[in-house]
Design a binder for this molecule. Structure first.
Ligand SMILES: Nc1ncnc2c1ncn2[C@@H]1O[C@H](COP(=O)(O)OP(=O)(O)OP(=O)(O)O)[C@@H](O)[C@H]1O
Ligand SMILES: [Mg+2]
Length: 325
């Protein structure tokens, strides 16, 4: 059996503007020692799923077990085996990094001395020694994320829930955190993480579940998901926009499906069955038509293409919404 299992979870909220089905029959299964990525746009139900599994909220219906323990009948038991960090994590701004971690230890009844020792150990492991004795309110975004993750590890959990662990971090801090998470996984920890970053899911997750409107709409490894939506794309960039029409016609001869046009009509791409031979054919026809090229090549589908195909919009659109709201 999988170490995390959810079957038919539902959760409805009544708000002033109506009823929201945060979870609408969500199923999930995470094998022990693996990383599952929950990918989905804003409001998809990612945080709600994590909150049900880490026993912060109860579902309206459906069942879930963590390490074989039922979240509804034994929430205490679940909390003993998990660590959680993320959007809802409570860090006391006025306490230092060290004090915050000590406090978590006390919450787990580690005792004063053990709590302090564990806090020190984590401060060092997370490269926070210089900041350990400063109040968290002066921490940078990256330091906050690290203290948050460290807090989730105080009780040496075998199962870790990470809700958008790197949102808002700069690329270097993000990579650092990815490495930390990878190390934990090498040590045998099972991780369920939510993210809006496709590269993050691609880098960290063994399996990905794409969530929209409270249920899973696609799942598999990153490669499987990419394979589901077809083979390569052939991409060409023209020197002259005036060649766009003819080029479009040539691409449609060798491709299948819609032709994407960008960059003011100069960049065109199309999905093809066999990348190398389609690219050769396209180049040969473009050459015959004496069309000058800036660039030409083929691309494998990205997780972003998967996202677009299954949700109907690009992942970056959500980022824009998030910034706007
Ligand atoms: N306490 C609540 N009261 C009312 N509605 C809620 C509550 N919690 C969540 N919702 C709604 O449930 C839906 C799912 O929310 P959830 O936070 O799980 O989404 P999410 O996928 O984590 O989104 P994000 O990427 O923005 O974090 C949203 O429409 C949200 O507005
Ligand atoms: Mg969320």
């Amino acid at each position: 059996m999988s170490i995390i299992e959810a079957d038919g979870l539902t959760k409805t909220y009544s708000t002033r503007s109506g009823t929201v089905h945060a979870l609408a029959g969500l199923d999930l299964s995470v094998p022990e020692g693996s990383v599952k990525g929950l990918l989905g746009p804003n409001g998809a139900g990612k945080t709600t799923t994590v909150k049900v599994l880490n026993t912060l909220i109860k579902p309206d219906s459906g069942t879930a077990t963590v390490d074989g323990i039922d979240v509804a009948s034994d929430p205490q038991g679940v909390r003993r085996v998990i660590g959680a960090s993320g959007q809802y994590a409570a860090v006391d701004e006025n306490l230092t990094g060290l004090e915050n971690l000590e406090m978590v230890g006390r919450l787990y009844h580690l005792g004063r001395r053990k709590s302090r020792a564990r806090a020190k150990e984590l401060i060092e492991a997370f490269d926070l020694s210089a900041a350990g004795n400063r109040p968290v309110k002066g921490f940078s975004g990256g330091m906050r994320r690290r203290i948050d993750l460290a807090g989730a590890l105080v009780n040496r959990p075998r199962i870790l829930f990470l809700d958008e662990p790197t949102t808002g971090l700069d690329p270097a801090s993000r990579l650092g955190l990815w490495e930390t998470i990878s190390d934990l996984v090498k040590g045998g920890t099972t991780v369920l993480l939510t993210t809006q970053y496709l590269e993050e899911a691609d880098y960290l997750a063994d399996h990905i579940s794409v969530i929209d409107s409270g249920h899973v709409i696609a799942e598999g490894t990153a490669d499987e998901l990419k394979a589901q939506i077809g083979g390569h794309r052939v991409v060409v960039t023209l020197v002259n926009e005036s060649d766009s029409g003819v080029s479009r016609e040539i691409l449609s001869r060798h491709g299948s499906g819609e032709i994407n046009v960008g960059d003011g009509g100069r960049k065109l791409d199309v999905v093809v069955d066999h990348g190398p031979s389609a690219l050769q054919a396209v180049l040969s026809d473009l050459g015959e038509a004496q069309i000058a090229l800036h660039d030409a090549g083929m691309q494998r589908p990205t997780l972003d293409d998967v996202f677009l195909t299954v949700t109907g919009h690009r992942a970056e659109d959500n980022e824009d919404e998030k910034e706007a709201s």
